[in-house]
Each structure stands twice: as structure tokens, then as C-alpha cells.
Design a protein around this ligand. Sequence first.
Ligand code: ZN
Length: 141
Amino acid sequence: MPKISVMKPTHIEHIGIAVKSLDESIPYYENVLGLKCYALEDVADQRVKTAFFMVGQTKIELLESTDPEGPIGKFLEKKGEGIHHIAFAVENLPEMLDQATTNGVQLIDKQPRRGAEGLNIAFLHPKSTFGVLTEFCTHPE
Ligand code: ZN
């Protein structure tokens, strides 16, 4: 077996959840779970609207599609509402992507790009991660 380059994310930064409607799902998170929606953001290039909640040091990111042909629109069509991705916080994103490649993990994003909340992000392909769409993210310096 080839040597594995251990990646060691620091924590779960957020969990991305696809919903049909932010307006309909936010009250569950606020009134039933008692979490506060602290940010709403339009991420135009991903064709989503997002709502953020903090729980401990982990966020919940609700994702509503603004375009049926966008990534969340297609996900909802195929799988319905539910967990879309898990995001690990990492210290050095470009290095992590190199390590992922070394480890034979297929990347969706070969280069980091800008995601919601101004984070630098990159996705790993779920074919390489046992079915879990995986995001790495880091705060830009
Ligand atoms: Zn995310």
C-alpha cells in the first residue's frame, strides 16, 4: 500500500443541508432547535441562497437553490432535501489539495475558490470519499 499523507482537518466547520425553501426551514432551526440565524447570503456563482446557524464551533449551512440547473437544484431533484456536504476546517488548503491528490482522492476543485462567508473552499469528489461530498475550507489570511 502506498504511503498515506495524513490530512488531519481541525474540526467540522459546517454541514451543508439542501432545503427547498429557507423561509420554510429557518423556523425549524430557530424555533424548534433554538439556534439563531446569524447570516443570510446569496452565493450567485453557486446559484444558492444560504442561511447560517452556529452550534458550538460548527455551523449549519442551509442551501436553497435559485436555479433548478444549479448544483443544489439538481441535488434536490435527484435526492430531495437532506444533508448535502460536510465541510472540514483545514489550516493549509492548497497543501491539503496536494495531499488529497497524493492520496488518490479525486478533486472537484483543483484550486481553492471563494465560498460563502469569504472562506476559501474546495470540494472532494464523493466517488473518492465513500459517498460524502466533502469540502475543505479555510479562512483566507
Ligand atoms: Zn459548504
